[in-house]
Design a binder for this molecule. Structure first.
Ligand SMILES: Cc1ncc(COP(=O)(O)O)c(C=O)c1O
Length: 442
């Protein structure tokens, strides 16, 4: 299949992240916590489509909601406003402390893009700040210093902006300022130096979904950005609904100015949303500006508002899947049980690696964690780049043959349908994988 795919799709994959050397595994079916490949092999899935499937594969509650929406309303999409857009917005406002109004997009990428444009319009400033190692989607403004070559990345406390793709004009790299995560003094200094130009600071409050921002650091970042007139954007595409129903902002008790959501919000369908303070969000209101897509419309207010549109924004099928997902997560005890299961897997894995004499700790929060083969503190990209990833990679490849799926070196996301049996099987597979790898190495 990979040979066939390579003939018609560059590199054989439709997203870089789907590639695994020497070839990716082509999946055919999913069911609950399990994935099945085209050769009939079964896997316990911890990738869960990069965290999106918090209810696992094909959850009945989501499937029924989607089918009902299409059957009862007779179409997949209206192309007009509809009820679910309002219902979901009301739900997000109820759950997320920083959200007072909402706009939808079709991906997390579009959500962060809209958040940044909104911040630039609101503040009238044209630079943005981000943290080294943080991912916000694959477009020019933020595809900077996500996983930079350390030879080009400069000093730890004053990181340089490094583009992550060919084809990004210098303009974007020059206007995206990079900061060191979990380093409050160094970050504050850079922000102060460029305060007149920086519109917003965007961050993953938990880097990569698993490296927590220190509570004092996040608090300090909220304070300094407020003082300097820089909008604070929490990119909660990964952390939304996964650390708590109200995301990282609920856990940290911090209100960002704008929040970007995605992944779990769509119940397995493509989605994104931004939410934020009313006066900031109102810059995206059509009443304040113009309808550029309608010939002859009044354009006199063009400069006053942020343009935001999209054929599929607020898609009814997607929102019905998202609402069904949130509905289930809100059932009493569901989140706690999910976190307890995640912690159980973490504890058992830590014990196993310790018994094999391998330095290892799990790092994470809520329903996401990663396996780090080191005992050193892990606070940011530079710490991660010092970790020995070769052994981890060898174990991950063994795990693929033993029926445990995540992309090698990727984090583990848990779902509400993973069972204790899954956990036992996963730990047993790790045990076998470690034994195979150590034997090969000796
Ligand atoms: C924190 C974060 N922001 C933005 C994105 C982009 O979202 P999408 O892949 O839906 O465009 C991702 C995707 O992994 C993400 O993890």
């Amino acid at each position: 299949m990979y040979e066939r795919a390579k003939e018609v799709i560059p590199g054989g994959v439709t997203a870089h992240i789907k590639h695994i050397a020497p070839h990716p595994i082509v999946m055919e079916k999913g069911n609950g916590s399990r994935l099945y490949d085209v050769d009939g092999n079964e896997y316990i899935d911890y990738l869960l489509s990069y965290g999106s499937l918090i209810l696992g594969h094909g959850h009945e509650h989501v499937q029924n909601a989607v089918i009902n929406q299409m059957q009862e309303h007779g179409t997949t999409i209206f192309g007009t406003p509809h009820q679910l857009e309002i219902t979901m917005a009301e739900k997000l406002i109820e759950l997320y402390p920083g959200i007072e109004m909402v706009r939808y997009t079709n991906s997390g990428l579009e959500a962060t893009l809209l958040a940044i444009r909104t911040a630039m319009a609101y503040t009238g400033k044209t630079k943005l700040a981000k943290f080294e190692g943080h991912y916000h989607g694959g477009y020019d403004q933020v595809l900077v210093s996500v996983n930079p070559d350390l030879n080009q990345a400069g000093m730890e406390e004053q990181p340089k902006s490094v583009p992550e793709s060919n084809g990004i004009p210098d303009y974007y790299v020059e206007n995206t300022i990079v900061l060191p995560f979990n380093e409050l003094d160094a970050s504050s200094e850079i922000l102060k130096k460029h305060a007149d130009e920086i519109s917003c600071l965007i961050l993953e409050p938990v880097q990569g979904g698993f490296i927590p921002g220190d509570q004092e650091f996040i608090k300090g970042i909220r304070q300094i950005t407020s003082e300097l007139g820089i909008l604070l954007i929490f990119d909660e595409v990964k952390t939304g609904f996964r650390l708590g129903l109200g995301g990282a902002q609920e856990v940290y008790g911090i209100k960002p100015d704008i929040t970007a959501l995605g992944k779990v919000l769509g119940g397995g369908f493509p989605v994104g949303a931004i939410g934020g303070k009313r006066d900031i969000m109102m810059t995206t209101s059509v009443n304040e500006g113009r309808d550029v897509l309608t010939a002859g419309a009044d354009n006199s207010n063009a400069k006053k508002s942020v343009f935001h549109s999209g054929t599929y924004n607020g898609h009814p099928t997607v929102l019905s899947a998202g609402l069904a997902t949130i509905d289930l997560l809100e059932k009493p005890g569901t989140m706690k049980e999910l976190f307890d299961k995640t912690n159980l897997l973490r504890t058992k894995l830590e014990e196993l690696y310790r018994n094999h004499g391998i330095s290892m700790k799990t790092v994470g929060m809520g329903s996401i964690f990663n396996i780090i083969l080191s005992e050193e503190p892990i606070d940011n990209f530079r710490d991660m780049s010092k970790v020995n990833s070769e052994l981890r990679k060898e174990i991950d490849y063994e795990l693929l043959t033993l029926g445990v799926y995540t992309k090698p070196l990727n984090r583990y996301s848990m779902s509400v349908v993973h069972t204790n049996q899954d956990i036992e099987e996963t730990v047993a597979a790790h045990d076998q994988a470690i034994q195979h790898v150590l034997k090969k190495r000796n």
